[in-house]
Design a protein around this ligand. Structure first.
Ligand SMILES: NC(=O)c1ccc[n+]([C@@H]2O[C@H](COP(=O)([O-])OP(=O)(O)OC[C@H]3O[C@@H](n4cnc5c(N)ncnc54)[C@H](OP(=O)(O)O)[C@@H]3O)[C@@H](O)[C@H]2O)c1
Length: 256
């Protein structure tokens, strides 16, 4: 299929490369900031277009890989007479967002964390697909099967819940690493000292049920330790609230 990608960020970059590898030429890139479209287009050998109205008649698939809040506004600019299939890549945006406007549309949500400059093996990434009709479902499933070994159909509500799960497993965990680093920095210790701990935590979660391998003061319900930690966080009210709320969650989980 001849593809146009709307977006030039993390997902647009990785997806365009893997689609080209799978034999689907990415012909056009549009991005809100045209310089970003130019950069990605140059990197992958596509054309950059400054205006969504310039999507070519030959384009068979348009992939919308942009900030979720902007999808509705951007798809309104796609020429209504476009015959192309339209997919978005969001974990939480409903399929309705596209199907209200286009007959043949779908979702291709790769369950992975993408950063432009981090290499990624798409074949092991679970891809969740959805389509507006049997034709679109077949098209999005076939395409996903060409780039990944694990393709799963999920409706919009299931996908949104899965996205929440991913936010906890990945985005929040990573934000906690940043907090951990701010704390090590504050006492002039190297964040590298925490890397074996991070590695072991991830390894244990890979090999066990996470609930079975929880450790720490909240799991043991060590009240004096938790009080001491809260006191040390007295000048950081947001961190103190976070510490307290997560500790209470863990204490409750293990008191059942
Ligand atoms: N990153 C992930 O790990 C991941 C994983 C799975 C699915 N997704 C989904 O993939 C989609 C793209 O995510 P991403 O991480 O690739 O995003 P990203 O790297 O932050 O890039 C955001 C893209 O959205 C564009 N954009 C931002 N605000 C806009 C606006 N107001 N109007 C039009 N375009 C706008 C940006 O254009 P300019 O840079 O030109 O301004 C850029 O191309 C989202 O739906 C996300 O939920 C992301």
């Amino acid at each position: 299929m001849k593809v146009a990608i709307l977006g030039s960020g993390n997902v647009a970059t990785h997806l365009s490369k893997v689609l080209i590898k799978a034999g689907h030429p990415v012909k056009q890139i549009w991005s809100r900031n045209h310089e970003n479209a130019i950069d990605l287009a140059l990197e992958i050998g596509a054309n950059s277009i400054p205006d969504i109205g310039e999507i070519g008649k030959e384009i068979e698939l348009i992939i919308v890989a942009i900030k979720d809040d902007a999808i509705a506004e951007v798809i309104n600019k796609i020429p209504q007479n476009s015959q192309a299939l339209i997919f978005h890549t969001s974990g939480t945006a409903d399929l309705d967002l596209l199907s209200k406007r286009f007959e043949n549309c779908g979702v291709l949500y790769p369950l992975q964390t993408f950063s432009k400059n981090s290499d990624i093996d798409f074949s092991i990434i679970p891809i969740f697909v959805e389509g507006s009709n049997s034709y679109s479902i077949e098209k999005v499933t076939n395409l996903a099967n060409q780039i990944s070994e694990k393709v799963i159909y999920a409706d919009s509500k299931t996908r949104a819940l899965l996205h929440i799960s991913a936010v906890f497993a990945c985005n929040f965990t990573n934000a906690f690493y940043t907090i951990a680093q701010e704390i090590t920095d504050s006492v002039n210790l190297d964040f590298d000292l925490l890397r074996p701990l991070i590695q072991e935590t991830a390894d244990k979660a890979m090999l066990n049920q996470p609930k079975d391998v929880q450790t720490g003061p909240a799991k043991r319900n060590d009240l004096q330790i938790m009080q001491k930690h809260l006191k040390l966080l007295e000048n950081e009210p947001q961190l103190k609230d976070l510490y307290q709320s997560i500790s209470q969650y863990i204490v409750k989980m293990y008191s059942k």
